[in-house]
Design a protein around this ligand. Structure first.
Ligand code: FES
Length: 183
């Protein structure tokens, strides 16, 4: 439901009518806000990204280039993104993990796209202090961050160590067949 519109009552009473004073204050406030917007706009406009930067805000990648059991690292907005084509065993381990065992509970289905379950796309930056974890070591069959010892599972979920959160899944979608668009 729409919010009610509040309007100031001009009033026609004698000088000192509180309604009239209110209107003057409101009008003065509105003028000040207007001036603020005019001053702020050139600054905001300067902060808008240039067209070439915007183009880099999304990238496309064909996941068919990633063989089962392999991982490709691509760069998106200056960050490494792991695109891993998981084996059936890795998927099974991720799916069968009880949510109660997780520090940052998230199902594997919440971290993948329907119909593309083996493909895991995560930002390769440890959620502790940003080191790049490596795959194939650690206690949970996934990634291990050597900086301070965080262990991630085959879904990129934090299982042990100081990192507070799972490896982040970027905004992405499958566009055509095996192609994904990130961003
Ligand atoms: S940065 Fe990864 S454990 Fe500290």
């Amino acid at each position: 439901m729409a919010e009610p519109v509040v309007t100031a009552d001009l009033g026609h009473g004698p000088e000192g009518d509180p309604n009239r004073r209110d209107f003057i204050h409101i009008a003065a406030g509105a003028a000040a806000v207007g001036a603020g917007v005019m001053v702020a706009w050139p600054l905001i406009n300067q902060m808008n990204p240039a067209a070439d930067t915007l183009a880099l805000s999304t990238i496309e990648f064909d996941t068919s280039k990633v063989q089962e059991g392999q991982q490709v690292v691509i760069t998106w907005q200056g960050k490494p993104v792991f695109v891993r084509n998981r084996t059936a065993k890795e998927v099974q381990e991720a799916v069968s993990t009880p949510l109660g065992d997780l520090k940052d509970p998230q199902t594997d289905a919440e971290r993948t796209k329907p119909g593309h379950e083996p493909m895991l796309v995560v930002i390769g930056s440890c959620t502790h202090l940003g080191c790049i974890p490596t795959f194939g070591s650690g206690d949970y069959g996934g990634w291990f961050c050597p900086c301070h010892g965080s262990h991630y599972d085959t879904s990129g979920r934090i299982r042990k160590g100081p990192a507070p959160l799972n490896l982040a899944v970027p905004e992405y979608e499958f566009t055509a067949g095996s192609k994904i668009k990130i961003g």
